[in-house]
Design a protein around this ligand. Structure first.
Ligand SMILES: Cc1ncc(COP(=O)(O)O)c(C=O)c1O
Length: 460
């Protein structure tokens, strides 16, 4: 199949979409032996050697990628704010729900990220970090998600300790309860707008409608108007349209709430998971957001609001890869020329979005990257569930032929967002090991689970 397309070393790199900044694979390359390598400055990780040493299934986290993306995001916003003469400030809040693992949160915080939490338990992690004096007390925390009493008392406790904690009011019950809260609050609008995104929902149950907000009018200590429109928004227009609409609402709300000074535009920045078509860059997205905020605010005659983004996937997804070994090959029954490659892990367990929302991934071999003899493949997980599979949406995945390879490993890129907290134990398979690659060293953050550990989770 793809034989004629691959002509040179560069051709292999291009074919597998490696070494390309626009696809977030700038750090990836192929060594002369056809093995996948990842570079961090002048450090270099040979992924094939790593998985042979530590086994599979395995996730590898690259904290440097998180650091670079957070730093770059903050610098880009700051630069456009300056160049365009925008007079509001910018705050980046890492959406912890994208990945709460310590190895994700701490590098983001180290580069200046504030946080966005979604539950009492996520906020509890913030409390732990504060108690361990790991935080500059100036860090700001946005609190989204339904507010249980436990969640609210933790918000109050941390506010009492001097932290800037901003609960986002999402319904009438919270509106009433938050009249007792002493600090600044935010409120969420449920915009009646649909944008192009793979995960857009027909109904959104968070926040107030625009009419409701205007009817509510004055909200005690209101500093922030917030919305979150969707995830993996497909084009820049999907950011601009809601931004314009919310700025108009912001201007109206500000008449009754003069202390309102911040617009929080939520998450949704997409990443090029598939690495096929051209995707908007972070830079062009940021420039258009700042430009629109400025032009619209000027048109409405309001002071430029401070801007918050809560981009989670944008920072977390590219920072992790998941690696499986191919165990065996089987023909795909009624689809001639296709093979199942069975992996030593599970899509339903380890990469649950494959099953839940038909997430697509970019799959590359870890070894034999320089072979011209490829096969059309679908990947099958090791649980005994027929839904445990990855077929690239019914298309195919090109992978080296097994008769050429003594052993073959494959890496799925961009697996850093959401998959860890959603992971499960269907058929009681063990979760992958988690390795951290930083400063040229590999550390084990989580060993592959042993049968006793998995049994224990189920009361054995
Ligand atoms: C309120 C809120 N903010 C931020 C995010 C992060 O979204 P993303 O990962 O698309 O950036 C989410 C995700 O569901 C969310 O619900």
């Amino acid at each position: 199949m793809a034989k004629s397309k691959i002509k040179s070393k560069n051709g292999f790199r291009k074919f597998w979409r490696l070494g390309l900044e626009e696809f977030n694979t700038g750090m990836f390359d192929i060594n002369p032996d056809g093995e996948l390598i990842v570079r961090e400055g002048n450090y270099q990780y040979n992924i094939f050697d790593i998985v042979k040493k530590y086994g599979t299934s395995t996730e590898i986290v690259f904290p440097t990628i998180i650091e670079n993306r957070v730093r770059d995001l903050i610098e880009t916003f700051t630069a456009y704010i300056k160049v365009l003469g925008y007079r509001g400030k910018f705050f980046y809040h890492y959406a912890m729900k994208a990945n709460q693992t310590k190895e994700f949160v701490l590098p983001a915080v180290a580069e200046g990220a504030n946080l966005d939490v979604a539950s009492a338990n996520e906020l509890y992690l913030v409390k732990r970090m504060i108690e361990q004096e790991k935080f500059n007390a100036k860090i700001r925390v946005i609190c989204n998600g339904p507010k249980t009493e436990k969640y609210i008392s933790l918000i109050e406790e941390l506010k009492g300790k001097g932290l800037v904690v901003i609960p986002i009011i999402e319904d009438y019950h919270e509106l009433e309860r938050m009249t007792k809260f002493k600090g600044e609050v935010g409120i969420r609008v449920n915009l009646d707008i649909k944008v192009q995104s793979h995960w857009d929902k027909k109904f959104n149950r968070f926040g107030f409608t625009e009419e409701e907000l205007l009817k509510i009018g004055k909200v005690r200590n209101l500093s922030t108007l917030h919305y979150h429109i969707s995830k993996q928004i497909e084009n820049i227009q999907g950011f601009i349209q809601p931004l314009k609409r919310t700025l108009a609402l912001y201007a109206q709300l500000k008449e009754k709430n003069p202390q309102l000074d911040t617009l929080d535009i939520g998450g949704g920045a997409g990443i090029p998971f598939e690495k096929k078509k051209h995707f908007y860059s972070g830079k062009s997205l940021v420039s258009q957001i700042v430009r629109t905020a400025k032009n619209e605010s000027d048109r409405l005659g309001i002071k430029h609001p401070n801007l918050i983004v809560e981009w989670g996937s944008y920072v977390a997804a590219p920072a992790q890869i998941t690696i499986y070994k191919i165990l065996t090959e089987k023909p795909v029954g009624n689809k001639g020329g296709f093979s199942w490659y069975v992996v030593d892990g599970s899509f339903m367990n380890d990469l649950i979005d494959t099953w839940a929302i038909h997430q697509k991934w970019h799959v590359v071999p870890v070894n034999h990257l320089n072979t011209r003899r490829l096969e059309k493949v679908w990947l099958a997980g090791s649980s005994c569930d027929s839904d445990d599979k990855y077929t690239a949406g019914g298309d195919y995945i090109p992978l080296p032929r097994l008769d050429e390879a003594e052993e073959l490993y494959v890496a799925l890129l961009d697996t850093g967002a959401y998959q860890d907290a959603l992971a499960s134990h269907h058929c009681l398979l063990s979760s992958p090991a988690k390795l951290i690659a930083q400063n040229g060293e590999i550390k084990i953050a989580r060993r592959r689970e042993q049968p006793e550990e998995v049994g224990k989770m189920f009361g054995w």
